[in-house]
Design a protein around this ligand. Structure first.
Ligand code: ZN
Length: 553
């Protein structure tokens, strides 16, 4: 990332300016992560032709056409591209010069690109990708080739602008030996058999998707099609030995799609494939072609228990719901920067949990939210970073309790604060405004403010842009047989949380609710009370992400 601005700056020939800019770059790079954002050009479409060898161990030949729109005058299209061997690059069928080093492919334009120009670069290449496209054996020992790109590994097999904000449509022509099943993003247009017995499968994704979601999966899959289906086509691709497990193992799929369709909006893609294959994650939400870890269907329930609705490990119900929720949040509405990753992971975690609440019951939902809180507290004991993290350099480190569990909790608290009607209306409006595009944390804030009529700046500042969680210490004192003095202190480091705190006072004559509204780190409130409290509880409905101790003096 940091090599690119230096190279282009050198073209300016202003050495003093280069030194100054480079010094500035170094000084800011220490504090803020540098992201590969859209600048001088953007991809609008990729046409990816790949031919695999018989063992699926290598790309025999590939040709990717990148459809480019010029946004600023430029002589160079700077693509991300890994170590595969480039055979040639053409523009309008004429070879062009290029430099390929350190994951960058700089293509020189024969004439300068002007704002608004559309050009098509064709990159021919071959070889064995070091990453991104996993060429391995499936659990039956059969060869397979499966894309696994998060966060920025697609450029190891597709020359691209490898940042989630650079969304584009994609067409795949995948040529593989007969006997291999192929699936990729989007609609299956056709399959052609060549004279040599190979087959070429054409898939087209007509909605722009983030590059990390662009995948193919090739292997000797068994393909199962459920009888009931909310998305057409809906199919499950599993190793041959797991054919009997597929329909039951993926049973929650249909209800999940229906639930999110009702809660958010119609399913955004042309089909849905649920694939068991090679991924370094538990599940990877590639648009319309989700890949799950190889042992998903065969693993025992273990600590998560068995789903009472589906009779499969409860963890798998949550995983399926999480990955399907991503089709709306992450895939269709994509985080505009890595700092906004919680708009993908926090949403998938919370909406996955909402499905669990509806289909597995309130108890399971509450348990998941409590476990999520425990994860956040454990993480924040070790490290205090905001959800909106602009510093962490290793993107894999962003797969943490801030983006997942704390992000989910932020949504849970917003829902509790705003009420279901305003919250879900705001979410639906946010989705509608940004589907097939990108969104920032500020876009979400504004949508929820519009739906609720509330000013949420202080809430977002404290919960999303700042770190930590409230640690309440409530001390109470029974005075003059008629008054209760409450002292609520926040003992966490950093600023106060101004969220209202519900307190329930239990006395011999019943329960009484009191809503404390802190304006700083200490609040003292005296209330009239006829009986001495027997007990006092903070946040009994568990709508705040907090730790609390209560003590009578
Ligand atoms: Zn996720």
């Amino acid at each position: 990332m940091r090599k690119y601005p230096l190279r282009l700056l050198l073209r300016l020939g202003d050495f003093a300016r280069v030194i100054l800019c480079f010094a500035l770059l170094l000084s800011t790079a220490v504090a803020t992560r540098v992201e590969r954002l859209i600048d001088t050009w953007k991809p609008t479409h990729y046409l990816v032709n790949i031919t695999l060898n018989d063992q699926l161990s290598e790309i025999t030949s590939a040709s990717t056409r990148v459809y480019v729109k010029i946004l600023k005058p430029t002589h160079v299209i700077d693509l991300d591209f890994g170590e595969l061997t480039i055979d040639r690059i053409t523009l309008d069928s004429k070879p062009v010069k290029f430099t390929h080093a350190d994951g960058k492919l700089l293509v020189d334009l024969p004439s300068p690109g002007k704002v608004g120009d559309s050009i098509v670069l064709t990159i021919d290449y071959h070889g064995k990708p070091k990453n991104g496209l996993i060429l391995t054996k499936d659990k039956d020992g059969k060869p397979s080739a499966v894309g696994d790109n998060w966060p920025n590994r697609v450029h190891h097999w597709i020359p691209s602008l490898d940042h989630p904000s650079a969304k584009a449509t994609v067409t795949f022509n995948i040529t593989a030996p007969a006997g291999q099943e192929v699936v990729a993003n989007g609609r299956l247009d056709h399959v052609e058999t060549s004279s040599g017995g190979q087959r070429t499968w054409t898939f087209s994704e007509s909605a722009p998707i983030p590059p990390y979601c662009m995948i193919i999966a090739v292997g000797q899959f068994a393909r199962e099609v459920p009888t009931q289906s909310s998305v057409t086509p809906l199919s499950y691709y599993v190793p041959q030995s797991e054919k009997q497990l597929a329909l039951k193992g993926f049973a929650p799929t249909n209800s999940t799609v229906e639930f999110f369709t009702k809660t958010i909006a119609p399913y955004p893609y042309e089909k849905l494939a649920m694939i068991v294959g090679a991924t370094s994650f538990g599940g990877m939400e590639n648009s319309s072609a989700i890949v799950f870890t190889a042992n998903m269907l065969s693993r025992p329930a273990q600590s998560s228990g068995v789903s009472k609705t589906y009779g499969i490990p409860a963890a798998n119900v949550g995983l399926i719901a999480h990955e399907i929720a991503h089709q709306w949040f992450g895939d269709s509405v994509t985080e505009s920067t890595w700092a906004d990753l919680w708009l993908s992971e926090g949403f998938a975690t919370y909406f996955g949990n909402l499905f669990v609440q509806r289909y597995e019951g309130e108890d399971v939902f509450q348990l998941y939210m409590k476990q999520a809180a425990t994860n956040v507290f454990a993480f924040e004991k070790k490290k205090l970073t905001p959800i909106h993290d602009r510093e962490t350099e290793d993107l894999m480190d962003l797969l943490n309790a801030m983006n997942y569990q704390k992000g989910a909790w932020v949504l849970h608290m917003l829902r509790s604060n705003l009420g279901d009607e305003a919250f879900f209306r705001g979410i639906r409006n946010y989705y509608a405004a940004h589907k097939n595009s990108t969104a920032s944390t500020e876009d979400l804030r504004r949508a929820l403010e519009k739906a609720s009529g509330r000013d949420l700046r202080a809430f977002f500042t404290r919960w999303v842009y700042d770190s930590g969680h409230p640690q309440y210490e409530l001390r109470w004192q029974w005075l003059h047989q008629s008054e209760l003095k409450l002292v609520l202190r926040q003992i966490q480091s950093g600023n106060a949380f101004l969220d209202p705190v519900q307190v329930v006072i239990t006395t011999a004559s019943g329960k009484r609710d009191v809503l404390l509204k802190p304006s700083g780190k200490q609040l003292i409130q005296t209330i009239r009370l006829n009986d001495k409290p027997l007990s006092i509880d903070i946040d009994p409905q568990n709508v705040l992400l907090d730790e609390a101790t209560v003590k009578g003096i």
